[in-house]
Design a protein around this ligand. Structure first.
Ligand code: PMP
Length: 394
């Protein structure tokens, strides 16, 4: 096995030095070693990709669609995304100039951060939040400024945003909003988004909305987008990973005004050339012929949420009402104070249930744990039983 030359070992990209591996993944890997553990740790749908979507990809491969695709995406897919956004959010994006197909929502985030952030730029990140944002932002040399939303039920208020913009976030260039939220499951009401849009405009910010869980909202909640209020400054990110159970296909997209989209498409082309042909064919089928699929997924997750939420509340767990995505962000029992790591460790080793410590999601997450209910109903039933037994004995 080759060993890196001594004279090269100190010349790696130094920006990476401060970036550890994902704590969420590391905790999950540790928990996975425990025999018989039920993992509620990872944001991965247990549902399968619909058959008609798989068939579309297979047909595409058989038809020898195996050459470079247009760099921003196949025209038919761009059209399907444009129609989908119009249908679901009533927002209008031109398929030729305002949309880009990406390698998952993660690829979209990378393209966007690289397109708008210079080293030293500040970008506001309401927390707790999906922690990969921090790493991707830091890779560009920009600075994530955390806004702890835990005092407001994990919803950023316009007043809080304005205060931050006059203090630690002064001069910020952008804000990223995850709605529905991973890890809290919270959903922004239209009125709050509208009020946030006014502050964002007043302070001349770009807004980036991560709407990867947009289809997964429950109990009469409706998903809205800043693109409905400030399309001239919003960059919308979404994809097929969650609602279509297609995490492994790696298909995401970005919609934004043509002026910034030109740059985004350029960056995307630099980084990936184009997204895999048969994955794009599958996505065309999912968006054009799979309108019932996200609704079905939504129903399944809604039932599971109801089951888990009711069960946990009966055991004394407190939480801000989860309204979307597939996570519950619950306060840990008082016995553990705010030591969510200790609680998660004990729950894993003693009760064999894996949950993720809240502190891994940034400021305001301490004292909470994230539980994913993207597991089968049987697994959730068993997990709840084990949690009940654990809680009785502390
Ligand atoms: N954004 C959020 C908020 C997520 O939770 C995830 C996945 N955990 C992603 C983006 C990544 O999505 P994708 O798999 O499409 O890259």
């Amino acid at each position: 096995m080759p060993k890196l030359a001594n004279d090269l070992s100190l010349t790696k990209n130094t920006r990476l030095n401060s970036l550890g591996p994902s704590k969420i993944r590391a905790f999950d890997e540790k928990a996975s070693q425990i025999p018989g553990i039920i993992k509620l740790t990872i944001g991965e749908p247990d549902l399968n990709t619909p058959d008609h979507v798989k068939d579309a990809a297979i047909a595409d491969i058989k038809a020898n669609d195996s050459h470079y695709a247009p760099q921003a995406g196949k025209p038919e897919l761009l059209e399907a995304i444009s129609n989908y956004l119009d249908r679901s959010l009533d927002v209008k994006y031109d398929s030729k100039t305002e949309i880009c197909v990406t390698v998952g929502a993660t690829g979209a985030l990378n393209d966007v951060f690289m397109s708008i952030l210079n080293p030293g730029d500040k970008i506001l990140v309401p927390t707790p939040v999906w922690a990969l944002y921090f790493q991707l932002i830091k890779l560009t040399g920009a600075i994530p400024v955390q806004i702890d939303t835990s005092k407001d039920d994990f919803i950023l208020t316009p007043e809080h945003l304005e205060t931050v913009l006059q203090n630690e976030g002064k001069g910020a260039k952008a804000i990223i909003l995850t709605d529905p939220s991973n890890p809290t499951g919270r959903v922004y009401p239209a009125a709050t988004l509208k009020a946030l849009a006014e502050v964002i405009t007043k302070y001349h910010l770009f807004s980036v909305t991560d709407e990867i869980y947009g289809e997964l909202v429950y109990d009469n909640n409706v998903h809205h987008s800043l693109s409905q209020y400030i399309p001239e400054r919003n960059i919308l990110i979404s994809g097929l990973s969650k609602a279509y159970a297609m995490t492994g296909w790696r298909l995401g997209y970005i919609a934004a005004p043509a002026d910034i989209m030109k740059t985004i498409q350029k960056v995307n082309a630099f980084l990936v050339t184009s997204v895999t042909d048969n994955v794009q064919a599958a996505a065309i089928d999912a968006l054009n012929n799979g309108q019932a699929d996200p609704l079905e997924a939504r129903k399944i997750y809604e039932d599971r949420l109801e089951f888990m939420k009711t069960g946990l509340e009966k055991l004394g767990f407190e939480m801000s009402t989860p309204q979307g995505a597939f996570y519950i962000f619950a306060k840990i029992p008082d016995t553990f104070g705010t030591d969510d790591e200790a609680f998660a460790n004990e729950l894993a080793t003693k009760a064999k249930v894996g949950v993720t410590p809240g502190r891994y999601f940034g400021k305001g997450g301490q004292g909470y744990v994230r539980m994913s209910y993207a597991s089968s109903t049987e697994q959730l039933q068993e997990a709840l039983k084990r949690i009940a037994k654990f809680v009785e004995n502390i």
